[in-house]
Design a protein. Structure first.
Length: 421
């Protein structure tokens, strides 16, 4: 954990078209990120500019103001709300004479804290080294400080004094490792696809309640904390829908956030491919968040980057038992197709969620009658596993099944089809 003495000043820009409220909301989120990492944000600084300063992100006058705040407030850390260029980072650190990090480095630090499995650690290491590589030359004191605090965890502690060649070698090694993991995940998905079980991915902003929902739906036992990025590794659990008895796979993976670093999206590609392979998305939205629309937009942007923006989606407005007076749930649901209110904590609304899943999955199933020879009884077992058996009879020639199957399975087993409804 961080040294309790890390006292931070958070700095952001109010750019044209964004407005002060949006800049302030982004800084409040940056504050939550800093708190998650273990730092205390003691001052927020916003500057209105037409564009970031090329050399120092903010103007000279604002830097002088921040320098005075550092001295008067006893701050020892400055956090910028955007990713700084290597030159900006060097210049600002030199001007302020204290440790400076940006939003990307802060998020990477949190991921380094949260990484528990080998896969997550590899992904975080890769993202951190990709971030550090262009920032090695002439960085100054921050990269040589091996003491502790934000930005020094993970490879930040052991690789800061290595040269570019060794870091590139490490990045190449990590990429090979990640390709192996990616290949393993692909094989696992192929194995699951043979059973043709529908896959439902829980997506949403970080701390929206996805892991709590997965635990409620499947007794998964996933770690749940009221913190950002509590879950990094994908968790896959099987569940039987109550009405039809249809088996589905629920997938919970890393949460999204505004300004999600591209290095993280690239490093976590193997993990996020679980979302890409999903048949249906359940977009979990924290209805108590002060910036619901911004959070939803951030999720849509990441889904678009992943190429799954048009996937069948159910929007679940979570924490409906704690709706603030400033939020109009009927208005939100009216503006959002295929939406409902739930409480993952209490279980309220889950019956309706199951119904909506049944409807969406049912639309992709077709009915057929099949005759399966006894020596190929494994086919009948597979049909029972993935489909909805309407009738089943045993005859002299084999097993007769009337069953609703996913379209992909029905096509694969078309040779056994004897009739249709």
């Amino acid at each position: 954990m961080l040294d309790a003495e890390e006292r931070a000043i958070a700095i952001g820009l109010e750019l044209p078209g964004a407005g002060f409220m949006e800049a302030e909301e982004s800084l409040l989120e940056l504050t939550a990120l800093a708190n998650t990492a273990g730092a205390e944000v003691i001052q927020l600084v916003v500057q209105a500019r037409s564009h970031p300063d090329v050399a120092t992100y903010v103007g000279k006058g604002k830097l002088e103001e921040v320098k005075k705040l550092i001295n008067s407030e006893g701050a020892n850390l400055v956090i910028f709300d955007d990713e700084l260029t290597p030159a900006q980072l060097r210049n600002v650190e030199r001007e302020l004479g204290t440790k400076v990090i940006d939003r990307t480095q802060l998020i990477l630090d949190i991921f380094a804290q949260r990484a528990r499995t080998k896969e997550a650690q590899l992904q975080v290491d890769l993202a951190q080294l990709q971030y550090l590589l262009p920032r090695l030359a002439g960085r100054g004191t921050a990269l040589s400080r091996l003491g502790g605090g934000i930005g020094t965890r993970g490879p930040g502690e052991t690789k800061l004094e290595t040269d570019r060649r060794r870091i590139r070698q490490r990045i190449a090694y990590l990429r090979r490792e990640m390709e192996e993991i990616r290949a393993q995940r692909s094989l696992q998905r192929q194995s699951r696809s043979k059973n043709a079980l529908p896959v439902v991915a829980l997506v949403g902003y970080t701390n929206a309640g996805k892991s709590t929902l997965l635990n409620r739906l499947t007794d998964a036992g996933v770690l749940v904390e009221d913190q950002l990025f509590a879950t990094l590794d994908p968790t896959i659990r099987r569940c039987e829908l109550p009405t039809s008895g249809q088996q589905v796979l629920f997938v919970d993976t890393v949460g999204f956030i505004r300004k999600l670093p591209h290095t993280l999206v690239a490093a976590f590609r193997a993990t996020l491919e679980e979302v890409v392979a999903a048949d249906i998305l359940v977009h979990v939205v924290d209805i108590t968040a002060y910036n619901i629309e911004a959070q939803m937009l951030a999720v849509f942007e990441v889904l678009e980057d992943l190429g799954v923006a048009g996937r069948p989606t159910i929007t679940a407005f979570n924490k409906a038992d704690k709706i603030p007076g400033t939020v109009s749930l009927p208005a939100l649901m009216a503006d959002t197709p295929d939406s409902l209110a739930i409480s993952a904590e209490t279980g309220a609304g889950l019956e309706r969620l199951f119904e909506m899943l049944e409807e969406k999955i049912g639309a992709s199933f077709i009915y057929g009658e099949y005759s399966i020879p006894y020596h190929q009884a494994a086919v009948a077992s597979a049909m029972r596993e993935v489909g909805q058996v309407v009738e089943e009879h045993y005859t002299e020639n084999g097993i007769s099944l009337a069953v609703r199957l996913p379209v992909s399975s029905a096509q694969r087993w078309s040779e056994f089809r004897s009739g249709s409804a």
